[in-house]
Design a protein around this ligand. Structure first.
Ligand SMILES: [Zn+2]
Length: 370
């Protein structure tokens, strides 16, 4: 039995503060929301800022570098032990990447990872016009996978978009804070990646809920990271789901599909057709891997709204137009797994934010996973 002992902060940690002129670390001031504080004390969202040497006490980071004792007092919190959660599975019992998949014939679960992005609201508008429900695997700040032609505001600045997706009936799931490959980092980092995102979800989603469905970046988990995931409620024994995918049109790498956006999208549609083949809706179900950070997948904006591809129908629309007449029913993850609506949310609890507080981790690196 793996036990995770958590202490609850009586103050909600303020991870972000007001930005100032692109510098950090020289005072108690923070980078703007979504930006990282580099080792040299400058705010931006490049790999140099968010990777090695990034200072989590002053902004976002990729993988958490243990914070120094000079964290700003604004982040300080008084703590008291209030909660113990346990995982029913020891790490040695866990070996599979996913703990769930679609089971309901006829269900076609489109899913979009790595957002939200500036494209997501346009996608939501289109989906609503078609009465199609999908699943979003959300990141907090995913500078690694953004289409560089688009701005990267981060989750807090796109909170309204994520809330709209929830209210429209789409499923919201976790995809880690910064798209970290969980098999490359410690349990300490895995905990941080999950709870920092939950800290945002509980402030953004109606009712303060957090998702219990999760897709690991790159599909990668190992026994170590699965133990943390299960301890935080993503395991099937807790009513959650850790899922991969079974249809990947490789929309995350448009360049390999052709030299123009039209050729790229045409080839991605062909990937869908090839993967589905002669499979009839009565026989099977699909869970896709798509990404609403790429113009070729999800740019529904008009030229006036900043579209880069004003004359091209994006992949999401092409796929829906292809599959709807064929009898496929577009469903969210819970429905395709045969679960009642709302199954993959739970109330938030102190575990969802204390572990994302750099001061707590600085004072006790094992506070969240001992
Ligand atoms: Zn991803």
């Amino acid at each position: 039995m793996r036990t995770i002992l958590l202490v609850a902060a009586t103050l909600i940690p303020a991870v972000f503060g007001d930005g100032h002129g692109g510098q950090c670390d020289t005072s108690t001031e923070q980078c703007d929301t979504g930006l990282c504080c580099s080792q040299q004390g400058y705010c931006d969202n490049t790999e140099d800022h968010c990777g090695t040497g990034c200072q989590p006490a002053y902004g976002a980071c990729d993988e958490l570098t243990p914070a120094s004792s000079s964290s700003p007092s604004a982040l300080a919190s008084s703590s008291s032990a209030t909660s113990v959660i346990t995982s029913s599975a020891s790490s040695s019992q866990v070996s599979t990447t996913s703990s769930g998949t679609c089971t309901q014939p006829g269900g076609f679960a489109l899913s979009f990872d790595d957002g939200p992005s500036v494209l997501t609201q346009g996608l939501l508008n289109y989906l609503k016009s078609q009465n199609v429900k999908v699943t979003f695997f959300i990141n907090g700040l995913n500078w690694k996978n953004a289409d560089t032609r688009n701005p990267l505001p981060g989750l807090y600045k796109l909170a309204d978009v994520v809330r709209s997706a929830f209210n429209d009936g789409h499923q919201i799931c976790s995809h880690t804070w910064s798209h970290t490959d969980l098999i490359t980092v410690s349990q300490y980092n895995v905990t941080y990646e999950l709870t920092r995102l939950n800290n945002a979800f509980r402030q953004i989603l109606p009712g303060g809920v957090v998702p219990t469905c999760f897709r690991p970046p790159y599909g990668d988990t190992d026994n170590s990271s699965l133990a943390v995931l299960q301890g935080l409620g993503y395991g099937t024994d807790s009513g959650g789901a850790i899922v991969a995918w079974d249809l990947d049109p490789v929309d995350w790498n448009p360049a390999i599909h052709g030299s123009t956006p039209q050729a790229q999208i045409d080839d991605m549609v062909k990937e869908f057709q090839d993967d589905i083949g002669d499979t009839q809706p009565s026989e099977s179900t699909f869970l896709t891997l798509n990404h609403d950070v790429w113009n070729t997948t999800a740019d529904f904006r008009t030229p006036a709204e900043g579209s880069n591809y004003p004359n091209v129908v994006p992949l999401a629309q092409r796929v829906i137009e292809l599959l709807k007449p064929a009898g496929w029913n577009f469903v969210t993850l819970d429905e395709c797994m045969g679960k009642p609506p709302g199954s993959f949310y739970r109330p938030s609890n102190p575990n969802d934010y204390v572990c994302s507080d750099p001061d707590t981790l600085a004072s006790d690196p094992n506070a969240c996973f001992d």
